[in-house]
Design a protein around this ligand. Structure first.
Ligand SMILES: Cc1cc2nc3c(=O)[nH]c(=O)nc-3n(C[C@H](O)[C@H](O)[C@H](O)COP(=O)(O)OP(=O)(O)OC[C@H]3O[C@@H](n4cnc5c(N)ncnc54)[C@H](O)[C@@H]3O)c2cc1C
Length: 664
């Protein structure tokens, strides 16, 4: 029987060139080609099957993850894939695994913090996977407060070694991915002690397990920390616990790019500036922002396709019911998420540029933009991951009851995604760092120090404190300068209000603590401004393809105006816009939703996700939802027998009992 595309009528309504949009989404024709090829390669390989994942027990799940990782590595070698292709292939395998930390944290840490010599020794081993590494920073007692870590690395001048110890239970390393069962090595963060002096927290390369039989080396206690949220989900990862009891490593295994310990045990600052380490952080956070757009777009793709298939109410004379995507409430919940997925895609792309820019400047010993770049990536990591976690849950609700089934793909996606609000910096802690940077920027305005990069608008603070939006009709909200000014004015005024409130405290730190909830809101306003302004900048570029740019303009306006609507209190209380202008923004938003509606399916098709990657009965490309849901249900282990295990022991006796004295 020929396959039917139930969504074909929707696809035919598109007013733009989907193939060209795919290129825009991917970033370039080349990137599209690689991504498309790798996704299809993974989808067609039975080893990468994942539909049974939520049903597997932990041990089975984990073993299967090891099998997939080994198979992926085999394919990478056989096909002689380059770095980008290999990254994409692992991405589409779509299963959290030790390899994420090996490639995403262990290698970048050595690159960023190791000396040339150390890089030459360790990186070739890591690139060939002759050693497998993880990133062991967090402890049972401390995560966000890195300076509070308790693990010690004491220099022993007699033997030219560091002695690593976990002096307390709370100093046990706790959480590192890949540590529990697989990693042979780790970059361990510990307090450096030389000559009885605490020199602060530094990174050390420590071998954990034998390369012959994988047993822990002497003095090392190591294991998995246990099941995590959800079925399948992040349980394919061996987040681990690690304790050290007098573990000795050679002196040259401290990562010494910035600080060196000499043979005599003296600490010598190298000529490489400390700030270099921030470069790695910018890199890692940029990848997290890119991942946010992938996770959100995936959830949105499922919810959009299903919303076009699902019909409820509104049948006239026996005709079809209304597609739920045509309900305005559905659109008002779904389309801002669709717009956010695109917005996050472009901000991720821009962050890639920022990383290159920062790296170039660091090499030229120019640190002027570093604090701003650091704050910006911290804030964007927080903003995009929080919005994505909330957005996936909203997509589940948009799919009604069926969204709660594992076969919708949404529960597992949510469970896998949400820890990104916590790892690589708790989102609130990161926003407080952004707020500190904003307060510093404002305090330096008087001294003539010009704010740079994404804080440059603060240089026009006087004008931004006074400007009034000149929106008169709803369409005025489509003008980029009108939107930009409203967001700049709101962000500047919220920061200035915090700075003024702070100045009333004699102890600034006490003031910062007291005002921290307001400061976080000011930081969010600043980060939203960055996303809006970079989306607007993207639209300045030449974007080929019939109707492509127009669709992006609509999505950009939806992203911005939805934020105006959601944070209307901020815009009104800071006097940036009037209540009337706020309601005009909402009016414009309604009209934009109607414009997106015929293009919705094509806009999610542009993500170019295979059915394998989506892993969803609801989000299938062909919209053939109900037969798939039906078939999936029969695959459940409970349906292997008609009468369930346990019937004879527990159900039958209940049914057959002769109750005499019940009080029911
Ligand atoms: C799935 C997963 C994978 C991980 N992988 C790794 C890994 O590979 N390697 C590794 O080293 N670590 C890893 N981690 C640990 C992770 O980095 C930490 O959990 C994270 O840094 C947060 O620290 P915490 O758990 O101590 O939270 P806490 O800091 O204890 O946060 C608890 C609460 O306190 C609040 N809070 C904390 N400080 C402040 C403050 N100054 N002001 C206001 N509020 C505050 C937070 O907002 C939060 O609400 C992982 C964690 C998870 C969940």
């Amino acid at each position: 029987m020929e396959a039917v595309d139930h969504l074909a009528p929707e696809r035919n309504r598109a007013q733009f060139d989907v193939e060209e949009m795919k290129i825009v989404w991917a970033g370039s024709r080349d990137a599209f080609e690689v991504s498309d090829r790798m996704s299809r390669l993974v989808a067609s390989d039975p080893v990468f099957r994942k539909d049974n994942r939520p049903m597997l027990g932990r041990k089975e799940l984990f073993k299967n993850t090891l099998r997939k990782a080994a198979h992926a590595w085999k394919r990478i070698i056989e096909l002689r894939l380059n770095e980008e292709e290999a990254y994409r292939l692992r991405f589409y395998v779509d299963e959290p695994a030790f390899t994420d930390l090996h490639w995403g944290m262990f290698i970048p840490a050595i690159k960023g913090q190791g000396t040339e010599e150390q890089q030459q020794k360790w990186l070739p081993l890591a690139y060939k996977m002759q050693i497998i590494g993880c990133y062991a920073q967090t402890e049972l007692g401390h995560g966000s407060n890195v300076q509070g870590l308790e693990t010690t690395a004491t220099f022993d001048p007699q033997t030219d070694e560091f002695v690593i110890n976990s002096p307390t239970l709370t100093s046990s390393k706790w959480w590192p991915g890949g540590l529990g069962k697989v990693s042979t090595h780790a970059v361990v963060y510990a307090r450096l002690i030389t000559d009885g002096q605490d020199q602060g927290v530094h990174g050390f390369i420590v071998q954990l397990r034998s390369l012959d039989d994988h047993l822990p080396l002497p003095g090392i206690t190591i294991g998995d920390i246990g099941m995590k949220f959800g079925n399948g989900a992040y349980n394919s990862m061996d987040n681990g616990v690690l304790r050290f009891d007098d573990v000795r490593i050679p002196r040259n295994q401290m990562l010494m790019r910035v600080l060196q310990v000499t043979r005599e045990g003296k600490c010598v600052q190298s000529n490489v500036p400390r700030q270099l380490i921030y470069g790695t952080m910018v890199y890692v956070r940029q990848t997290i922002v890119s991942d946010a757009s992938c996770a959100l777009s995936r959830a949105v793709c499922i919810a959009t396709r299903y919303s076009a298939v699902r019909r409820q109410f509104g049948s006239h004379n026996g005709g079809p019911e209304t597609q739920v995507i045509d309900y305005k409430t559905q659109q008002a919940r779904l389309f801002p998420l669709l717009a956010s997925a695109y917005a996050f895609r472009f901000i991720g792309e821009w962050l890639k540029w920022l990383y290159t820019d920062v790296t170039g400047r660091l090499q030229a010993n120019d640190f002027s933009t570093l604090p701003e770049a650091h704050a910006c990536t911290a804030g964007l990591k927080s903003l995009t991951t929080s919005a994505t976690a909330d957005g996936i849950e909203e997509c589940r609700k948009l799919c009604g009851g069926h969204g709660y089934l594992c076969s919708s793909g949404l529960p597992e996606l949510f469970a896998v995604y949400i820890p990104s609000c916590t790892y690589e910096g708790d989102n609130v802690v990161l926003l407080l760092q952004v707020a500190r940077h904003l307060m510093k920027t404002i305090s330096q305005l008087g001294s003539g120090k010009k704010p740079v990069g994404t804080t440059a608008y603060m240089g026009r603070v006087e004008q931004l404190m006074q400007c009034r939006s000149d929106v008169q009709i709803a369409e005025d909200w489509l003008k980029p300068n009108v939107v930009l000014e409203a967001f700049e004015a709101r962000a500047a005024r919220m920061s200035v209000a915090c700075a003024q409130a702070l100045s009333k405290f004699t102890n600034p730190e006490e003031g910062f603590q007291q005002l921290s909830a307001d400061l976080v809101e000011a930081a969010v306003a600043h980060c939203q401004l960055i996303v809006v302004s970079k989306f607007l900048e993207k639209l300045q570029q030449d974007i080929p393809g019939k109707g492509v740019k127009q669709q992006l303009q609509i999505l950009c306006s939806i992203y911005a105006l939805f934020l105006v609507h959601k944070h209307l209190g901020d815009f009104l209380s800071t006097g940036c816009i009037t209540a009337k202008q706020g309601s005009l923004a909402n009016e414009q938003l309604r009209s934009l939703y109607s414009q997106v509606r015929p293009n919705a399916i094509a806009l999610v098709d542009a993500f170019d996700y295979t059915d394998h990657y989506l892993g969803s009965a609801l989000g299938r490309y062909d919209g053939n939802v109900y037969p798939t849901l039906y078939e999936e249900a029969w695959k459940d282990p409970l349906n292997e027998s008609v009468v369930p295990d346990g019937y004879q022991e527990y159900v039958r006796p209940m049914l057959k009992q002769q109750l005499r004295n019940a009080r029911l």
